[in-house]
Design a protein around this ligand. Structure first.
Ligand SMILES: [Zn+2]
Ligand SMILES: [Zn+2]
Length: 131
């Protein structure tokens, strides 16, 4: 068997989404999204590189990550399944959505979050997607 250039393969199921997001397959995908020179946060519109150059001391806060809108197509995500977001927006919006179950004002805050932050509530369990 001739081993040509090693091609990156998706991880072998079953895996949890946490395991999936540690795979070289996913890391390559996310770095391609985030290293784009023009990449900006889907929620607040901030451009990653512009801000990083301007405010080096804020580096940690100005980090970017990829957000999975849905897990339905993992490991072959389609356009719109993954979006770039800055760390601030990512944390804030996940928190707001998580706190929704506390009720009260959190319900309203979660409604606001949903306007800006696409997120489909599907859970991914060892290769099975549950709606
Ligand atoms: Zn943002
Ligand atoms: Zn996310």
């Amino acid at each position: 068997m001739i081993m040509a250039k090693k091609k990156l393969e998706p991880p072998t199921p079953p895996y949890t989404i946490q395991e999936y997001e540690k795979s070289p397959w996913w890391k390559k995908k996310t770095s391609e999204i985030l290293n784009d020179k023009e990449v900006k946060c889907y929620v607040c519109g901030r451009k990653r590189w512009k801000w990083l150059i301007r405010a080096k001391r804020w580096k940690r806060m100005l980090g970017f990550s990829s957000h999975h809108v849905r897990y339905t197509n993992v490991p072959h995500e389609k356009e719109g399944d993954v979006i770039p977001v800055c760390v601030c927006c990512h944390r804030l919006f996940h928190d707001l959505l998580r706190l929704e179950s506390l009720g009260g004002p959190y319900i309203e805050l979660a409604e606001v979050a949903k306007k800006y932050f696409p997120y489909e509530r599907t859970t991914y369990k060892k290769g099975n997607i549950k709606e």
